[in-house]
Design a binder for this molecule. Structure first.
Ligand code: AGP
Length: 608
């Protein structure tokens, strides 16, 4: 979704803004623009389409001078992608330029009010009301105007604002949309995320909701809504710049698939000490765990699919009831949350609007929130009682892979940690489970060695019109993810079904040549799934089975078989998902799809 970059310093701003915006492209966008303060006025350039259109228009920013500016990539919500609707938006007198990420929910009422007062609108966006509101409230002090604006607007926003009366500073603020401050030497930045400024600085401030920041080239001051200065703690990002670069790979997605062994290791290693799981990050006591009545897991998309795995694993290991819900439903279902219920929220970005709203809904009902988040200091992390970070590093491809895998790893740690505290595991079982978790990175690496096998299978099926994924229990949970991975990047219709449910309707869609990917890794339910494979084969399906090395008889029923290494039953999803990610990737690649930026999708879904 929308991305923001702001710069003030001694260098020409426009090329820095364009370069920063290019690092935010992965968030999804359909137009882009910059505003730079130059020669006592604000100069604006914007263009529909990819960033290179704007780059061409401005000769890579070289034609726009000035050392202070703001930039934006827009993912259209209010009004189609067009030059007029692209940000920055300018107030009527040209005094203010505004970039915005988020949604102003009361913009229609505000627009009417401003129109009645003589303001003219040239775009269809909600953001333009902010530019005019600044103008309306401005009485010579930009901070006073900003306070009045944010008191007036409802919704979510990260704002960057230039005012032509302030040649040496610009201001920014955020609420429920991400914005960080980058601290440089004689230059400072704001950005929607760290990747946009990593090339220039690793020192950052995370902003809380409604904190306003005034940036000069040699100072950064943060204020609350009472105009009191707020002391901020400086964080130093330890990512390597290369973490957010393609590094020779054709696509970020493949790079991130390959990074999974390291990402899983980085996530689990610091939390296993002397053969025990140590979750220093959380304040949940043994007493709290013993008192848990029920667990909700709430998330969207792939993170929700991790929750489905989590339900099976936590219920099996801890015997605590778990309900998994997609956040967009949970937030409006008036959830029945009782004392001692725990809500686990899962999100890579930590800024998904529905997940954040669901978290707030759960909190309003008195729930305790434990979140699993990848982006440090993100809104979801900030709003949670406890956070366990996944150490996946920056994930750029829209289709998640390494974030999914690290979220799974955290679910395993939580399940085993709680099971041990509840006395549900013998010391032997606990030790075995931990050593099996520790073995996961090497097993994932082993599967990645046979990429060509999946490339071959993709070459056989990339022309399919529809592909089904089936499995039971944990295999069903992974089917959901395999199906999503395929469809989101290859645009092939796909559905995931609990294998036993197929014959209650969906089996009528199976015809000669339909590909069914059958996951049958678990020991207990292997034969059951094999029966389902026979059912679809009898109706003409071609079957690709995915199973462990132990199950030799899969070859007897399936047309193609992909084997994964053996592992503890609960941990198999971490392995099963890898061939499915590769299959989706290669199918999309053979179809010539834009793998890292699939159509209509955004990496961070910051609108409802
Ligand atoms: C999956 O590949 C997608 N990118 C999507 O389903 C994603 O998992 C979902 O939007 C949730 O995002 P989050 O983890 O950042 O909250």
């Amino acid at each position: 979704m929308c991305g923001i970059v702001g710069y003030i310093g001694e260098r020409q701003a426009a090329p820095i803004l364009l370069e920063g915006l290019s690092k935010l492209e992965y968030r999804g966008y359909d137009s882009a623009g910059i505003a730079v303060f130059d020669d006592n006025k604000i100069e604006v350039a914007k263009a529909k389409g990819r960033l290179n259109v704007l780059a061409e228009k401005t000769n890579d920013g070289k034609t726009i001078h000035g050392t202070m500016g703001i930039g934006h990539t827009r993912w259209a919500t209010h009004g189609e992608p067009s030059d007029e609707n692209a940000h920055p938006h300018i107030s009527m007198s040209g005094r203010f330029a505004v970039v915005h990420n988020g949604i102003i929910e009361n913009y229609i009422a505000l627009k009417k009010k401003l129109t009645d007062k003589g303001f003219e609108f040239i775009s269809e966006t909600d953001t333009e009301v902010i530019a005019h509101l600044f103008e309306y409230y401005y009485k010579g002090d930009i901070m006073d105007a900003m306070i009045r604006v944010i008191n007036r607007v409802e919704g979510s926003y990260a704002l960057g604002v230039l005012c032509s009366d302030y040649p040496d500073s610009f201001v920014a603020v955020r609420k429920s949309s991400p914005l960080i401050v980058g601290l440089g030497e004689n230059e400072n930045f704001v950005a929607s995320d760290v990747t946009a400024i990593l090339k220039h600085t690793r020192d950052i401030y995370y902003l809380e909701d409604n904190e306003m920041v005034v940036l000069k080239k040699d100072s950064v001051k943060v204020y609350n809504k009472d105009k009191e200065e707020v002391p901020k703690e400086k964080f130093t990002v330890d990512w390597d710049v290369s973490a957010a670069e393609k590094g020779g790979y054709e696509h970020f997605m493949m790079k991130e698939i390959e990074e999974q062994p390291k990402a899983i290791r980085d996530t689990i290693s610091p939390r296993i000490k002397d053969g025990r799981i140590v979750l220093d990050d959380i304040t949940l006591t043994t007493e709290d765990i013993k008192n848990i009545n029920k667990i909700y897991i709430v998330a969207c998309g792939s993170a929700y699919h991790v929750g489905v795995v989590g339900k099976y694993v936590i219920e099996k290991m801890c015997r605590i009831p778990v309900e998994v819900q997609v956040a967009s439903e949970f937030r409006y279902c008036d959830p029945i949350i009782k004392k001692n219920d725990l809500v686990i929220v899962i999100s890579q970005s930590g800024e998904t609007a529905d997940t954040l709203a669901a978290l707030k809904e759960a909190k309003n009902h008195g729930a305790r929130i434990l979140s699993i988040v990848n982006v440090v200091g993100s809104a979801i992390a900030n709003a949670s009682d406890d956070v366990i970070y996944t150490w996946a590093g920056p994930e750029i491809a829209v289709a998640t892979t390494k974030a999914y895998s690290t979220q799974l790893a955290v679910i395993y740690l939580i399940a085993a940690y709680m099971a041990e505290k509840l006395g549900m595991l013998t010391s032997g079982e606990y030790a075995k489970f931990i050593s099996e978790i520790e073995a996961l990175p090497d097993k994932v690496a082993e599967i990645l060695k046979s990429k060509e096998e999946l490339q071959f299978l993709a070459s056989k099926f990339f022309n399919c019109r529809s592909i089904f994924f089936i499995g039971r229990n944990l295999d069903y949970a992974v089917s959901l993810e395999g199906s999503l991975k395929l469809k989101e990047i290859s645009y092939i219709h796909s559905e995931a079904y609990a294998a036993g449910e197929l014959k209650h309707g969906t089996i009528s869609l199976i015809e000669d040549g339909t590909l069914v990917v059958a996951l049958a890794t678990g020991r207990e339910l292997f034969d059951k799934t094999v029966s389902n494979v026979k059912e679809v084969k009898a109706r003409g399906a071609v079957v690709m089975g995915v199973t462990t090395q132990a199950h030799e008889n899969m070859e007897d029923v399936a047309d193609y078989v992909v084997k994964i290494p053996e592992a503890h039953e609960m941990l198999l999803p971490s392995l099963t998902v890898i061939p499915l990610q590769l299959f989706g990737y290669y199918v999309a690649s053979l179809k010539g799809c834009d793998i890292d930026k699939p159509r209509n999708l955004a990496k961070s879904v910051t609108v409802e």
